[in-house]
Ligand binder design. Structure first.
Ligand SMILES: [Zn+2]
Length: 206
């Protein structure tokens, strides 16, 4: 799997992934120009964009994309906000080129998806989770995990107690985003042996 991080964080989230046959965009929270640059000015090769939720740092380029007839999949409320976006329900699986993509619901302050992406071309399995308090699903055979974790609970509480951060903001962060400890727990609870098996298979010269 070839992964290009265009941008990550509250200023914008967007990644290109490719299995050598099909290219997908994960989130579209940057200017369309940045997506064009990352795609080598060949946005025609992007088979679809898989969007997690409606916040601007995940959706900024959607109007430009749908205007150009590019396929964009997202939760229902994101489709309501951006005409031309195709709404999906959690666990609706679809095939896009050599990829199979399945959204799954994750807790945030608006409806939000994580995405499970399987490649029929390479046998790789990627899980993408961005704004989410936690993930209630478990996955077997992952070869790639893109998981956002953006705070330490202790540090956040310390800062709130010291008056460096409004308590309400600290509470909102803790209820809508993933702590480093929760991320570690998710990694431990999942089967990431797929990555080792995959390496072995691909490096095998027999
Ligand atoms: Zn968000």
């Amino acid at each position: 799997m070839d992964i290009t991080a265009i941008s990550s964080g509250s200023k914008g989230n967007a990644y290109l992934i490719s299995d050598g046959e099909t290219t997908l965009l994960l989130d579209a929270g940057v200017t369309f120009k940045r997506i064009q640059e990352a795609a080598g000015y060949n946005t025609g090769k992007i088979a679809a964009a898989l969007v997690t939720h409606r916040h601007g740092d995940h959706t900024a380029a959607i109007p430009q994309m749908t205007k150009r007839g590019m396929k964009v999949y997202a939760p229902q409320d994101t489709a309501d906000k951006f005409p031309g976006v195709e709404p999906l329900e959690s666990r609706d699986t679809m095939t896009i080129g050599t990829f199979t993509a399945t959204p799954f619901d994750v807790p945030h302050d608006v409806p939000c998806f994580g995405w499970l992406v399987d490649s029929a071309h390479t046998g790789e399995r990627l899980v993408y989770v961005t704004d989410a308090e936690y993930v209630r699903y478990r996955f077997s055979g992952m070869t790639h995990l893109m998981l956002e974790a953006n705070y330490s609970r202790e540090k956040l509480m310390e800062r709130a107690r010291a008056g460096e951060l409004p308590v309400k903001l600290a509470e909102r962060i803790m209820q809508t985003h993933m702590s480093i400890d929760t991320a570690l727990g998710f990694i431990r609870a999942n089967d990431i042996s797929g990555s080792e098996k995959h390496k072995t298979k691909r490096n095998c010269r027999c």
